[in-house]
Design a protein around this ligand. Structure first.
Ligand code: 13P
Length: 254
């Protein structure tokens, strides 16, 4: 049985004071909730304050990116050991916004992923097609390319420690959620691919989140699908109440 995992990606939002306020509210709302992994991913600048606010709580903290080198002359970059120093346990890698706006490629995603694993961080690896690719019937080709490229060279043991987020780009921030059937089809495809690339055990263990316009209203039908193990939530994670509702609904509908 895979434990559900709900993560909030706050993207480039929230000062550290605003972030602490949400963290405190989540703490109150979710204190008794078990049986689901809960993660919030604030911007780098609020990582430490949110980690401190959530010390010893059932809500883990993640970052939104990581550089693959540990330290050195890489102006503006942040390493895995720095993230750990700030209390991060997860890190998102290869988000489509990074692929689209910041030149992220499978190769750099792979380097970030390996650095995260080497430091004991759990990477949340994002894959997914854009609208033109879906309309051209290339959805599975793109997912395959993202998975094979991003996970290249990983051992089965390493692959077993990652989380994958299927985030169709056309569903991100658009209010146009993938239907549960569309998402399930993509998730099942990813799981079959994991079996081919690694093993049946890895395919059975790795948790695959859906991301793209997840809300308190649609989470139940998504998470009810057999291969959907959680959600990576953007907009609806920017306030405590909808995010907490998503976490609870995910738990009761799985
Ligand atoms: P939205 O939930 O705002 O569509 O964002 C999804 C996302 O990109 C999470 O990483």
């Amino acid at each position: 049985m895979r434990k559900p995992i709900i993560a909030g990606n706050w993207k480039m939002n929230k000062t550290s004071l605003e972030a602490i306020a949400i963290a405190e509210e989540l703490k109150r709302d979710l204190v008794d909730v078990g049986g689901v992994d809960i993660v919030v991913c604030p911007p780098f600048t609020a990582l430490q304050s949110v980690s401190e606010a959530l010390t010893d709580m059932n809500i883990a903290v993640g970052a939104q990116n990581v550089h693959w080198v540990d330290n050195g002359a890489f102006t503006g970059e942040i390493s895995a050991s720095m993230l750990k120093d700030f209390g991060a346990r997860y890190v998102i890698v290869g988000h489509s916004e990074r692929r689209q706006y910041f030149g992220e490629t499978n190769e750099t995603v792979n380097k970030r992923l390996r650095a995260a694993l080497a430091h004991g961080l759990t990477p949340i690896v994002c894959v997914g097609e854009n609208l033109a690719e879906r309309e051209a019937g290339k959805t599975f080709d793109v997912i395959k390319n993202h998975c094979e490229g991003s996970l290249a060279g990983l051992s089965g043991d390493e692959a077993g420690r990652i989380v994958i987020a299927y985030e169709p780009v056309w569903a991100i921030g658009t209010g146009r959620t993938a239907t549960p059937q569309q998402a399930q089809e993509a998730h099942a495809f990813i799981r079959q691919l994991l079996e081919k690339l690694f093993s049946a055990d890895v395919a059975g263990d790795v948790r695959i989140q859906y991301g793209g316009s997840v809300t308190p209203e649609n989470i139940a039908s998504l998470i009810a699908q057999p291969d959907i193990d959680g959600a990576l939530v953007g907009g609806a994670s920017l306030k405590a109440q909808p995010f907490a509702t998503i976490v609870k609904a995910a738990l009761s509908s799985k």
